[in-house]
Design a protein around this ligand. Sequence first.
Ligand SMILES: Nc1ncnc2c1ncn2[C@@H]1O[C@H](COP(=O)(O)OP(=O)(O)OP(=O)(O)O)[C@@H](O)[C@H]1O
Length: 308
Amino acid sequence: MTPPGDGAVELDGLVKRYGTAKAVDGLSLSAARGAVTALLGPNGAGKTTTIEICEGFRRADAGTVRVLGLDPAVDGRALKPRVGVMPQSGGVPATARAGEFLRLVASFHTTPLDPGALLERLGLTDHARTPFRRMSGGQQQRLSLAVAVVGRPELVFLDEPTTGLDPQARHATWELIGELRAAGVSVVLTTHNMEEAERLSDRVVIMDRGRVVAEGSPEELTGAERQLRFRARPGLGLDELIAALPAGSAAKESPAGHYLIEADVRPELLATVTAWCASHGVMTEDLRIERRTLEDVFLELTGRELRP
Ligand SMILES: Nc1ncnc2c1ncn2[C@@H]1O[C@H](COP(=O)(O)OP(=O)(O)OP(=O)(O)O)[C@@H](O)[C@H]1O
Protein backbone atom coordinates (compact mmCIF):
# COMPACT_ATOMS: atom_id res chain seq x y z
CA MET A 1 0.00 0.00 0.00
CA THR A 2 1.32 3.43 -0.92
CA PRO A 3 1.32 5.79 2.07
CA PRO A 4 -0.89 8.85 1.64
CA GLY A 5 0.90 11.69 -0.10
CA ASP A 6 3.30 9.35 -1.89
CA GLY A 7 1.32 8.95 -5.10
CA ALA A 8 2.82 9.04 -8.58
CA VAL A 9 1.25 12.50 -8.88
CA GLU A 10 0.22 14.74 -5.99
CA LEU A 11 -1.40 18.08 -6.73
CA ASP A 12 -2.52 20.51 -4.08
CA GLY A 13 -4.36 23.78 -4.64
CA LEU A 14 -3.20 24.03 -8.26
CA VAL A 15 -4.10 27.25 -10.06
CA LYS A 16 -3.36 28.22 -13.67
CA ARG A 17 -4.61 31.41 -15.26
CA TYR A 18 -4.60 32.40 -18.91
CA GLY A 19 -5.10 36.16 -18.73
CA THR A 20 -7.99 36.63 -16.37
CA ALA A 21 -9.53 33.19 -16.99
CA LYS A 22 -8.72 30.40 -14.55
CA ALA A 23 -8.15 27.19 -16.51
CA VAL A 24 -7.29 25.35 -13.29
CA ASP A 25 -8.91 26.65 -10.16
CA GLY A 26 -7.56 25.21 -6.91
CA LEU A 27 -7.28 21.62 -8.02
CA SER A 28 -6.05 18.90 -5.66
CA LEU A 29 -5.65 15.27 -6.58
CA SER A 30 -3.57 12.20 -5.96
CA ALA A 31 -2.80 9.54 -8.57
CA ALA A 32 -1.62 6.33 -6.94
CA ARG A 33 1.51 4.52 -8.05
CA GLY A 34 0.93 1.47 -10.21
CA ALA A 35 -2.65 2.50 -10.97
CA VAL A 36 -4.52 4.00 -13.91
CA THR A 37 -6.01 7.39 -13.04
CA ALA A 38 -8.33 9.07 -15.54
CA LEU A 39 -9.06 12.78 -15.60
CA LEU A 40 -12.54 12.85 -17.09
CA GLY A 41 -14.28 16.06 -18.07
CA PRO A 42 -15.81 18.06 -20.91
CA ASN A 43 -13.90 20.31 -23.30
CA GLY A 44 -12.20 23.13 -21.49
CA ALA A 45 -12.35 21.47 -18.05
CA GLY A 46 -8.62 22.03 -17.59
CA LYS A 47 -7.40 18.46 -18.12
CA THR A 48 -4.66 19.25 -20.63
CA THR A 49 -3.46 22.26 -18.65
CA THR A 50 -3.22 20.10 -15.51
CA ILE A 51 -1.34 17.33 -17.27
CA GLU A 52 1.01 19.80 -18.98
CA ILE A 53 1.92 21.28 -15.61
CA CYS A 54 2.70 17.76 -14.36
CA GLU A 55 4.86 17.17 -17.44
CA GLY A 56 6.79 20.38 -16.75
CA PHE A 57 5.58 22.03 -19.98
CA ARG A 58 3.69 24.74 -18.12
CA ARG A 59 4.18 26.52 -14.80
CA ALA A 60 1.40 26.70 -12.24
CA ASP A 61 0.47 30.12 -10.85
CA ALA A 62 -0.15 28.63 -7.42
CA GLY A 63 -0.25 25.31 -5.61
CA THR A 64 2.15 22.41 -5.30
CA VAL A 65 2.98 19.73 -7.83
CA ARG A 66 4.81 16.50 -7.05
CA VAL A 67 5.53 13.95 -9.76
CA LEU A 68 7.28 10.81 -8.47
CA GLY A 69 8.07 12.94 -5.44
CA LEU A 70 9.77 15.70 -7.47
CA ASP A 71 8.76 19.14 -8.70
CA PRO A 72 8.60 19.05 -12.52
CA ALA A 73 9.29 22.79 -12.75
CA VAL A 74 12.64 22.27 -10.99
CA ASP A 75 13.58 18.61 -11.42
CA GLY A 76 12.69 18.18 -15.11
CA ARG A 77 16.03 16.62 -15.93
CA ALA A 78 15.71 13.93 -13.25
CA LEU A 79 12.14 13.16 -14.28
CA LYS A 80 12.68 12.95 -18.04
CA PRO A 81 14.00 9.36 -18.19
CA ARG A 82 11.35 8.16 -15.71
CA VAL A 83 8.25 9.70 -17.27
CA GLY A 84 6.63 9.01 -20.67
CA VAL A 85 4.50 11.69 -22.31
CA MET A 86 1.90 11.36 -25.04
CA PRO A 87 0.70 14.88 -25.87
CA GLN A 88 -2.71 15.56 -27.39
CA SER A 89 -1.14 16.12 -30.76
CA GLY A 90 2.33 16.02 -32.22
CA GLY A 91 5.31 15.35 -30.01
CA VAL A 92 7.20 13.93 -32.99
CA PRO A 93 9.15 16.07 -35.52
CA ALA A 94 7.19 16.46 -38.78
CA THR A 95 9.83 14.86 -41.00
CA ALA A 96 10.83 12.03 -38.64
CA ARG A 97 10.16 8.53 -39.93
CA ALA A 98 8.19 6.41 -37.48
CA GLY A 99 10.60 3.49 -37.17
CA GLU A 100 13.80 5.53 -37.06
CA PHE A 101 12.39 7.97 -34.54
CA LEU A 102 11.13 5.24 -32.23
CA ARG A 103 14.52 3.49 -32.37
CA LEU A 104 16.22 6.80 -31.60
CA VAL A 105 14.04 7.42 -28.55
CA ALA A 106 14.59 3.81 -27.44
CA SER A 107 18.38 4.35 -27.65
CA PHE A 108 18.16 7.08 -24.99
CA HIS A 109 16.92 4.53 -22.44
CA THR A 110 18.76 1.74 -20.67
CA THR A 111 16.14 -1.03 -20.94
CA PRO A 112 13.75 -0.01 -23.72
CA LEU A 113 10.99 -2.11 -25.23
CA ASP A 114 11.68 -3.55 -28.68
CA PRO A 115 10.67 -0.74 -31.09
CA GLY A 116 9.80 -3.17 -33.91
CA ALA A 117 7.50 -5.21 -31.70
CA LEU A 118 5.84 -2.05 -30.40
CA LEU A 119 5.18 -0.78 -33.94
CA GLU A 120 3.77 -4.18 -34.84
CA ARG A 121 1.30 -4.34 -31.99
CA LEU A 122 0.11 -0.81 -32.64
CA GLY A 123 -0.47 -1.66 -36.31
CA LEU A 124 2.28 0.68 -37.56
CA THR A 125 4.72 -1.76 -39.18
CA ASP A 126 3.60 -0.79 -42.70
CA HIS A 127 4.21 2.87 -41.85
CA ALA A 128 7.66 2.47 -40.29
CA ARG A 129 9.24 4.49 -43.11
CA THR A 130 6.50 7.11 -43.32
CA PRO A 131 7.39 10.64 -42.16
CA PHE A 132 5.25 11.76 -39.24
CA ARG A 133 3.54 14.57 -41.19
CA ARG A 134 2.33 12.11 -43.84
CA MET A 135 0.74 9.75 -41.31
CA SER A 136 -3.01 9.88 -40.64
CA GLY A 137 -4.19 11.42 -37.37
CA GLY A 138 -4.78 7.97 -35.87
CA GLN A 139 -1.36 6.70 -36.95
CA GLN A 140 0.31 9.79 -35.48
CA GLN A 141 -1.50 9.19 -32.21
CA ARG A 142 -0.36 5.58 -32.04
CA LEU A 143 3.23 6.57 -32.77
CA SER A 144 3.06 9.19 -29.99
CA LEU A 145 1.86 6.45 -27.65
CA ALA A 146 4.72 4.20 -28.72
CA VAL A 147 7.20 7.04 -28.11
CA ALA A 148 5.72 7.60 -24.63
CA VAL A 149 6.11 3.98 -23.54
CA VAL A 150 9.18 2.68 -25.40
CA GLY A 151 11.57 3.68 -22.59
CA ARG A 152 9.65 1.61 -20.00
CA PRO A 153 8.80 4.68 -17.91
CA GLU A 154 7.62 4.47 -14.29
CA LEU A 155 4.83 6.91 -15.07
CA VAL A 156 3.08 7.85 -18.33
CA PHE A 157 0.86 10.80 -19.10
CA LEU A 158 -1.53 10.12 -21.97
CA ASP A 159 -3.57 13.11 -23.16
CA GLU A 160 -6.69 11.77 -24.87
CA PRO A 161 -4.95 8.62 -26.10
CA THR A 162 -7.88 7.28 -28.12
CA THR A 163 -9.74 10.34 -29.37
CA GLY A 164 -10.37 9.86 -33.09
CA LEU A 165 -9.06 6.28 -33.24
CA ASP A 166 -11.05 3.57 -35.01
CA PRO A 167 -12.37 0.75 -32.78
CA GLN A 168 -9.51 -1.62 -33.59
CA ALA A 169 -6.81 0.95 -32.78
CA ARG A 170 -8.74 1.97 -29.66
CA HIS A 171 -8.79 -1.61 -28.40
CA ALA A 172 -5.07 -2.04 -29.15
CA THR A 173 -4.42 1.11 -27.10
CA TRP A 174 -6.62 -0.08 -24.24
CA GLU A 175 -4.82 -3.41 -24.22
CA LEU A 176 -1.43 -1.71 -24.07
CA ILE A 177 -2.58 0.51 -21.19
CA GLY A 178 -3.82 -2.60 -19.36
CA GLU A 179 -0.41 -4.20 -19.81
CA LEU A 180 1.38 -1.09 -18.54
CA ARG A 181 -0.73 -1.27 -15.42
CA ALA A 182 -0.05 -4.99 -15.00
CA ALA A 183 3.67 -4.19 -15.23
CA GLY A 184 3.32 -1.71 -12.35
CA VAL A 185 3.52 1.46 -14.45
CA SER A 186 1.53 4.45 -13.15
CA VAL A 187 -0.75 5.86 -15.83
CA VAL A 188 -2.47 9.25 -15.80
CA LEU A 189 -4.73 9.82 -18.80
CA THR A 190 -7.29 12.37 -19.86
CA THR A 191 -10.48 11.50 -21.68
CA HIS A 192 -14.02 12.58 -22.34
CA ASN A 193 -14.91 9.01 -23.11
CA MET A 194 -16.83 7.52 -20.18
CA GLU A 195 -16.47 3.97 -21.43
CA GLU A 196 -12.71 4.44 -21.57
CA ALA A 197 -12.63 5.86 -18.04
CA GLU A 198 -14.82 3.06 -16.69
CA ARG A 199 -12.99 0.24 -18.42
CA LEU A 200 -9.41 1.29 -17.82
CA SER A 201 -9.22 3.20 -14.60
CA ASP A 202 -8.67 2.31 -11.00
CA ARG A 203 -9.62 5.85 -10.14
CA VAL A 204 -11.59 8.47 -12.03
CA VAL A 205 -11.26 12.16 -11.26
CA ILE A 206 -14.20 14.04 -12.74
CA MET A 207 -13.21 17.62 -13.58
CA ASP A 208 -15.27 20.62 -14.55
CA ARG A 209 -14.21 24.25 -14.92
CA GLY A 210 -10.76 23.66 -13.47
CA ARG A 211 -11.95 21.85 -10.39
CA VAL A 212 -12.48 18.30 -9.20
CA VAL A 213 -16.21 17.67 -8.90
CA ALA A 214 -16.00 13.99 -7.87
CA GLU A 215 -13.47 11.21 -7.62
CA GLY A 216 -13.37 7.53 -6.83
CA SER A 217 -13.26 4.14 -8.45
CA PRO A 218 -15.78 3.77 -11.30
CA GLU A 219 -17.87 1.55 -8.98
CA GLU A 220 -17.80 4.10 -6.16
CA LEU A 221 -18.84 6.88 -8.51
CA THR A 222 -21.66 5.07 -10.23
CA GLY A 223 -22.87 3.29 -7.09
CA ALA A 224 -24.60 -0.04 -6.80
CA GLU A 225 -28.01 1.27 -7.76
CA ARG A 226 -29.70 0.16 -10.90
CA GLN A 227 -32.10 2.13 -13.02
CA LEU A 228 -34.69 1.19 -15.58
CA ARG A 229 -34.84 2.71 -19.03
CA PHE A 230 -37.31 2.25 -21.84
CA ARG A 231 -38.61 3.95 -24.93
CA ALA A 232 -42.31 4.42 -25.60
CA ARG A 233 -44.64 6.97 -27.14
CA PRO A 234 -43.94 10.49 -25.83
CA GLY A 235 -46.02 12.16 -23.14
CA LEU A 236 -46.90 9.28 -20.80
CA GLY A 237 -48.53 10.42 -17.54
CA LEU A 238 -45.50 10.00 -15.32
CA ASP A 239 -47.16 11.27 -12.13
CA GLU A 240 -49.55 8.40 -12.37
CA LEU A 241 -46.74 5.92 -12.98
CA ILE A 242 -44.74 7.27 -10.03
CA ALA A 243 -47.80 6.87 -7.82
CA ALA A 244 -47.83 3.16 -8.69
CA LEU A 245 -44.13 2.76 -7.79
CA PRO A 246 -42.61 2.34 -4.29
CA ALA A 247 -42.08 5.58 -2.32
CA GLY A 248 -38.85 7.37 -3.20
CA SER A 249 -38.95 6.34 -6.87
CA ALA A 250 -38.43 8.92 -9.57
CA ALA A 251 -39.32 8.89 -13.26
CA LYS A 252 -38.51 11.30 -16.03
CA GLU A 253 -38.88 11.64 -19.77
CA SER A 254 -35.83 13.09 -21.53
CA PRO A 255 -35.64 13.44 -24.47
CA ALA A 256 -39.23 12.88 -25.65
CA GLY A 257 -40.10 9.18 -25.69
CA HIS A 258 -37.08 8.14 -23.57
CA TYR A 259 -38.00 7.22 -20.02
CA LEU A 260 -35.79 6.71 -16.98
CA ILE A 261 -36.98 5.26 -13.70
CA GLU A 262 -34.71 5.63 -10.70
CA ALA A 263 -35.83 3.27 -8.00
CA ASP A 264 -34.91 0.16 -6.10
CA VAL A 265 -34.99 -2.10 -9.14
CA ARG A 266 -36.42 -5.48 -8.09
CA PRO A 267 -38.57 -7.98 -9.97
CA GLU A 268 -41.71 -6.44 -8.42
CA LEU A 269 -40.78 -3.01 -9.78
CA LEU A 270 -40.32 -4.43 -13.25
CA ALA A 271 -43.71 -6.14 -12.97
CA THR A 272 -45.37 -2.89 -11.80
CA VAL A 273 -43.93 -0.87 -14.69
CA THR A 274 -44.84 -3.40 -17.37
CA ALA A 275 -48.31 -3.89 -15.85
CA TRP A 276 -48.84 -0.12 -15.80
CA CYS A 277 -47.77 0.09 -19.45
CA ALA A 278 -50.06 -2.81 -20.39
CA SER A 279 -53.04 -1.22 -18.67
CA HIS A 280 -52.40 2.04 -20.56
CA GLY A 281 -51.90 0.38 -23.95
CA VAL A 282 -48.23 1.42 -23.99
CA MET A 283 -45.80 -0.69 -25.97
CA THR A 284 -42.28 -0.33 -24.59
CA GLU A 285 -39.11 -0.74 -26.58
CA ASP A 286 -35.53 -1.22 -25.41
CA LEU A 287 -36.60 -1.92 -21.84
CA ARG A 288 -33.38 -2.37 -19.90
CA ILE A 289 -31.96 -2.35 -16.41
CA GLU A 290 -28.63 -0.65 -16.09
CA ARG A 291 -26.19 0.87 -13.66
CA ARG A 292 -25.79 4.62 -13.50
CA THR A 293 -23.09 5.78 -15.87
CA LEU A 294 -20.38 8.37 -15.28
CA GLU A 295 -22.40 10.56 -17.66
CA ASP A 296 -25.36 10.38 -15.22
CA VAL A 297 -23.01 11.23 -12.34
CA PHE A 298 -21.64 14.25 -14.21
CA LEU A 299 -25.11 15.46 -15.16
CA GLU A 300 -26.26 15.16 -11.55
CA LEU A 301 -23.26 17.09 -10.22
CA THR A 302 -23.13 19.88 -12.78
CA GLY A 303 -26.53 19.96 -14.47
CA ARG A 304 -24.73 19.67 -17.79
CA GLU A 305 -23.84 16.87 -20.15
CA LEU A 306 -20.34 15.47 -20.38
CA ARG A 307 -20.49 14.77 -24.09
CA PRO A 308 -19.22 17.62 -26.26
N1 LIG B 1 -2.56 28.63 -24.13
C1 LIG B 1 -3.75 29.04 -23.74
N2 LIG B 1 -4.09 30.35 -23.75
C2 LIG B 1 -5.29 30.77 -23.32
N3 LIG B 1 -6.28 29.95 -22.88
C3 LIG B 1 -6.01 28.64 -22.86
C4 LIG B 1 -4.74 28.11 -23.29
N4 LIG B 1 -4.78 26.76 -23.15
C5 LIG B 1 -6.00 26.47 -22.65
N5 LIG B 1 -6.74 27.60 -22.48
C6 LIG B 1 -8.11 27.65 -21.92
O1 LIG B 1 -8.09 27.03 -20.64
C7 LIG B 1 -9.25 26.24 -20.44
C8 LIG B 1 -8.85 24.80 -20.13
O2 LIG B 1 -8.28 24.24 -21.33
P1 LIG B 1 -7.66 22.77 -21.36
O3 LIG B 1 -7.12 22.54 -22.73
O4 LIG B 1 -6.77 22.58 -20.21
O5 LIG B 1 -8.99 21.90 -21.14
P2 LIG B 1 -9.26 20.37 -21.47
O6 LIG B 1 -10.09 19.87 -20.34
O7 LIG B 1 -8.00 19.66 -21.74
O8 LIG B 1 -10.15 20.47 -22.78
P3 LIG B 1 -10.20 19.50 -24.07
O9 LIG B 1 -10.95 18.30 -23.62
O10 LIG B 1 -10.98 20.32 -25.05
O11 LIG B 1 -8.80 19.23 -24.49
C9 LIG B 1 -10.09 26.40 -21.68
O12 LIG B 1 -11.06 27.38 -21.43
C10 LIG B 1 -9.10 26.86 -22.74
O13 LIG B 1 -9.74 27.67 -23.69
